[in-house]
Design a protein around this ligand. Structure first.
Ligand SMILES: [Zn+2]
Ligand SMILES: [Zn+2]
Length: 130
């Protein structure tokens, strides 16, 4: 199961945002300067900085992710996989889930395999080929 930081990293990348973009958009209290924010987001994605409910709320204003999935990942990281009843099914490439599917044209993505969504399936093939 991916870590909470990895999940946020994948959702940020899927939203097409750089860490600098997120740093420019996120509201923190106390206010951090731009460089401090970049370092802070980097620490969040490396699972070093704490993910308090305030932080989760601030990030969810900036890019799309499932707060429920994130909470489950935080629980799994702290207490192990048996601590949640149904571990979330996540795309290993973009981090999308049932609660937070990709939009591909008019439709939302489905599962191409157990851990890759249909929006990412062509990409995963090209990764394997190269
Ligand atoms: Zn995907
Ligand atoms: Zn998807």
């Amino acid at each position: 199961m991916m870590s909470p930081g990895t999940y946020l990293n994948k959702r940020r990348v899927a939203a097409g945002l750089s860490i600098i973009d997120v740093a420019a958009l996120v509201n923190t209290s106390p206010r951090l300067g731009g460089i401090d924010k970049v370092a802070w987001i980097d620490r969040i994605e490396k699972d070093i900085a704490a993910l308090s409910p305030d932080v989760v709320a601030a990030l969810s204003d900036v890019f799309r992710f499932s707060r429920r999935v994130l909470e489950q990942l935080i629980t799994i990281r702290s207490y192990g996989p048996s601590a949640v009843q149904h571990a979330p099914q996540l795309c290993l490439i973009c981090g999308c889930s049932q609660n937070d599917a990709c939009f591909t044209g008019e439709a939302t993505c489905g599962w191409a395999s157990d851990d890759v969504c249909t929006a990412c399936a062509p990409k995963s093939l090209s990764i394997k080929e190269s």
